[in-house]
Design a protein around this ligand. Structure first.
Ligand code: FMN
Length: 279
């Protein structure tokens, strides 16, 4: 086992391309080492993930903080291979979904609160964007906490927001009622390979001191593109028929190409049809 302070420094250096100081006397370094070394896993061994373990991890995830204690995040567990297969059929570009021993769906639940208002015979003048936003944020925090809990016991996970490309179909398959929407799915299994650290934008780009400053963003992104390309070059270029073949293909080119095609333009309509008010 490498010293946790050294492991954190090595992981963060790979992640951000710079040295972040670590005091070796800090408590909790093993947990920080796990966070620093995070990676998603998209390939799993055939080993089953026990039901009790999934329940334990969900309970830990649902222990996350919740805006105003409103508790608007739910988790839906899918183990049934047929049901998972039907969801996987919708997104053949992500075969890891079908192979996941367990698949979870993290839900933003804006339904309980108005139901409580009705049961307690109170007005509910807060049926606006904030209800949707709070429920979504709670669900995102629970998702991230689940990931952390799962990684602590050695499981590998991959969040799946592509289920929102098929939000209405997934919602119907899972019997999601009005004001309950899927935030993202999550493949969970025992990793089949170690995986690797995905470099992030420099701390100079995403960490601000005292006041927001993105004056150097393009230069920072350019440097990131090159650092990332050296460590993890893209294997394929996106949409070469439309955009041609770039001599240097970095992260910013990939993300610009990705967002040059409309995606989920109907998601707002889905959320409204589910009964959320976005005004
Ligand atoms: C909310 C969310 C949704 C994601 N959706 C998908 C997805 O649909 N398919 C997928 O393969 N990966 C998905 N990912 C995984 C990201 O691609 C991954 O986190 C990113 O490439 C960085 O890699 P790393 O987590 O290993 O550092 C998602 C991640 C998050 C946080």
């Amino acid at each position: 086992m490498p010293d946790p302070a050294d492991a954190i420094e090595a992981a963060l250096s790979e992640r951000f391309g710079e040295t972040v100081a670590v005091d070796p006397g800090l408590p909790g370094l093993n947990e920080l080492a796990r966070l620093a070394a995070h990676r998603v896993h998209r390939r799993y061994t055939g080993r089953a993930v026990p039901d009790d373990l999934v329940r334990l991890l969900c309970a830990c995830a649902l222990s996350a903080p919740s805006k105003s204690d409103l508790q608007q995040a739910d988790i839906l567990i899918i183990r049934d291979r047929e049901r998972l297969g039907a969801i996987a059929d919708l997104m053949p570009e992500m075969p890891w979904l079908r192979d996941a021993p367990v698949f979870l769906v993290f839900l933003a639940n804006g339904r309980r609160l108005p139901a409580l208002a009705e049961a307690r015979q109170k007005p509910f003048p807060n049926d606006h964007l904030d209800l949707f936003f709070n429920a979504t944020v709670d669900a995102a925090i629970v998702l991230a906490t689940f990931l952390r809990a799962a990684e602590a016991v050695g499981l590998g996970c991959c969040p799946i927001s592509v289920i929102r490309d098929h939000a209405a179909a997934v919602s119907a398959m899972l019997a999601l009622p009005p004001k309950v929407i899927p935030l993202a799915g999550m493949c969970v299994g025992w990793p089949a390979e170690p995986g690797g650290i995905s470099p992030r934008l420099s701390l100079g780009t995403t960490l601000h001191e005292e006041r927001f400053d993105d004056a150097d963003v393009l230069a920072e992104v350019d440097a990131y593109d090159r650092r990332r390309h050296a460590a993890r070059p893209y294997r394929q270029q996106r949409d070469p028929d439309r955009f041609g073949r770039a001599e240097f293909y970095g992260w910013s080119e990939d993300k610009a190409r990705q967002y040059a095609t409309p995606a989920r333009a109907d998601f707002g309509a889905f959320v409204r049809a589910k009964g959320f008010c976005l005004d």
